[in-house]
Design a protein around this ligand. Structure first.
Ligand SMILES: [Cu+2]
Length: 103
């Protein structure tokens, strides 16, 4: 029985750590947000992979923001954004952002 109690205690600790990690994850994500302000009649903000970013091509089905004031929460790691108006990305309207808590 004593052994059973020990396993139960260990399981409780593991669950505690798991819950802490699950709770901590949104806190990290909430700390990183990027805001795009622009003339919505001329521009937009497409979320892409590195391949799309490098080639200035937004695959069909890409998320495209177009309110003129977009607040986008960043996941940890690299995020890639371009404007899909013809010629704009090619002329530099693109940005790659690395969100990290390791400074
Ligand atoms: Cu543009």
């Amino acid at each position: 029985m004593a052994q059973g109690s020990g396993s139960s205690a260990r399981l409780g600790v593991l669950l505690g750590i798991l819950l802490y990690l699950l709770a901590a994850k949104p806190i990290f994500a909430a700390e990183y947000k990027v805001v795009f302000n622009y003339f919505k009649e001329r521009h937009n903000v497409a979320v892409l992979t590195k391949e799309g970013y490098d080639s200035c091509t937004a695959p069909s089905g890409s998320i495209v923001y177009q309110t003129g004031h977009d607040e986008i929460r960043l996941d940890p790691g690299q995020s890639y954004f371009i404007c899909t108006t013809p010629g704009h990305c090619e002329n530099g309207m693109k940005i790659a952002i690395n969100a990290s808590d390791s400074n």
